[in-house]
Design a protein around this ligand. Structure first.
Ligand SMILES: [Zn+2]
Ligand SMILES: [Zn+2]
Length: 91
């Protein structure tokens, strides 16, 4: 159930702190963090980025990756009804 995490990892999903602070980073292109918005946007362009519902959230649990998760944490009305029918009674 963790395959969505190990598949894509944390690679360049966040701006490099070092790069942000001093404008350069000794890891260069090997750095696992993004050096600038171009690199960050490459990740955001991932076709499935946040289009599929996170399985942790779908299972009613909490995803420890929070905003760094590649999957969607917001449920649509339909998904709420499907996954948590007891939470949508009446409305
Ligand atoms: Zn870096
Ligand atoms: Zn998640």
């Amino acid at each position: 159930m963790w395959d969505h995490v190990s598949d894509q990892g944390m690679y360049k999903t966040e701006i490099c702190n070092k790069w942000l602070e001093v404008g350069w980073c000794s890891y260069g292109s090997r750095c696992q963090f993004a050096h600038g918005m171009e690199e960050l946007r490459y990740v955001l362009r991932h076709p499935r980025y946040k289009t599929e519902l996170c399985r942790m959230v779908a299972a009613g649990g909490k995803c420890s990756y929070a905003h760094r998760c590649h999957f969607r944490h917001t449920l649509t009305k339909e998904e709420k009804a499907k996954h948590f029918p007891e939470a949508t009674d009446g409305c």
